[in-house]
Design a binder for this molecule. Structure first.
Ligand SMILES: CC(C)(COP(=O)(O)OP(=O)(O)OC[C@H]1O[C@@H](n2cnc3c(N)ncnc32)[C@H](O)[C@@H]1OP(=O)(O)O)[C@@H](O)C(=O)NCCC(=O)NCCS
Length: 226
């Protein structure tokens, strides 16, 4: 019998005013930091295995300032009995609410201080980031499944997304209508086709750029708000 899969998520640490918002990177010495939401720790184990160990990205860059304001969705695998019944985190997606840095900052990071902190010219979008599935669980539809769960959650939770948008943007921007279902992502070029299958369209005007020595393109999709 095959594995069974379940999904769980964590809210932004910024919403939890009772605990610290300092999210800790799990390490062999401290695999379950007590101040982290457990699902954040599980997400980090998948992110570390895929982006740091497999793709060679810097561990320092893996946890970033977007973590505290983001929702993350994690798929867990459970082996059939009589094997171990422990659930293993195997796939992750992180949803970062608006606002986001202007695209110029990405194209020319050395000049970041010359650009505004947030892009206020374009429509606000929820950004899908850190899409990863452990190597041994690929090809089972788990990326598609965790993306669907995240998109469906976003479509049903405009208010929560707008609240975090307001909180982070502060007085920096004029919000007319808030978030209107636009979802964006930076796709590693080798998986552009995968996102096309999921309904994302490449925005050619953004060009191709380097992030962590991997070439990326910008892609967007609109989800219907519930
Ligand atoms: C990319 C990745 C997330 C795909 O995970 P997965 O669970 O194997 O993907 P799925 O099985 O859900 O496949 C979803 C669809 O994308 C397609 N697909 C998967 N990997 C693909 C690839 N590398 N290139 C093109 N299409 C791909 C599948 O055929 C499937 O299409 P279908 O729905 O028409 O059958 C996984 O390989 C991974 O973690 N890679 C390393 C990290 C990474 O590159 N993340 C993307 C950052 S932008």
């Amino acid at each position: 019998m095959a594995h069974t899969f379940t999904t769980n998520s964590h809210p932004p640490a910024l919403l939890d005013n009772t605990t610290t918002t300092t999210l800790l990177y799990p390490t062999p010495a401290n695999p379950n930091p007590s101040t982290n939401h457990p699902v954040f720790t599980h997400a980090m184990t998948v992110r570390h295995a895929v982006f740091v160990n497999e793709q060679g990205c810097a561990a320092d860059a893996e946890r970033d300032e977007d973590d505290a304001r983001s929702w993350e969705f994690v798929i867990y695998a459970k082996r059939p009995p009589p094997q171990a019944q422990e659930e293993q985190p195997v796939a992750v997606v992180r949803l970062v609410p608006p606002p986001h840095a202007p695209h110029d900052t990405l194209l020319d990071p050395a000049r970041a201080s010359e650009f505004p902190r947030f892009d206020t010219e374009h429509e606000p979008y929820v950004k899908v980031t850190r899409v990863a599935v452990l190597k041994e669980f690929r090809g089972l539809g788990l990326a598609g499944r965790v993306m669907r769960v995240a998109e469906e959650w976003a479509a049903a939770n405009k208010e929560a997304i707008d609240a975090m948008y307001r909180r982070v943007a502060g007085g920096d921007i004029q919000q007319q209508k808030g978030w209107n279902g636009l979802v964006g992502l930076h796709a590693q070029v080798q998986v552009e086709k995968m996102y096309q299958r999921m309904g994302y369209e490449t925005d050619g005007s953004l060009g191709t750029w380097d992030e962590e020595s991997i070439q990326h393109v910008g892609m967007f999709k609109r989800v219907a708000l519930n």
